[in-house]
Design a protein around this ligand. Structure first.
Ligand SMILES: [Zn+2]
Length: 107
């Protein structure tokens, strides 16, 4: 079973306790009533959906209930790291062995 680290509970818990909540770091427009239909479509519907490194929101639905961000390699389906909501995007890179790791981390 896949284990996911909750950055609030500071524990790895089974994936069944979590729910994916879409792409992370999607900023809501400040003037949403004034933007065009095309701009609203881009904000509301258009997502990157990359093959490789994906930044996602997750919720520890059967634990603390809080939202957090995760970096996941969609090719290997492995979580690279998780971090609290509101924290800056974590930089990652794919190493020569094909594994995605956080930059500067010795993992
Ligand atoms: Zn939690």
């Amino acid at each position: 079973m896949l284990l996911i680290h909750c950055p609030y509970c500071q524990e790895e818990r089974p994936e069944l306790e979590f729910r994916n909540a879409g792409e992370a770091h999607v900023e809501r427009p400040r003037n949403i009533a004034e933007i065009s239909d095309d701009e609203f479509e881009k904000f509301f519907f258009i997502r990157t959906n990359p093959k490789g490194v994906a930044y996602e929101r997750w919720r520890h639905i059967h634990g603390c209930g809080r939202f957090f961000n995760a970096v996941r390699d969609t090719v290997s389906d492995k979580f690279v790291t998780t971090y609290k909501a509101g924290e800056p995007r974590v930089d990652v890179a794919r190493d020569a062995d094909g594994i995605v790791r956080t930059k500067g981390a010795a993992q």
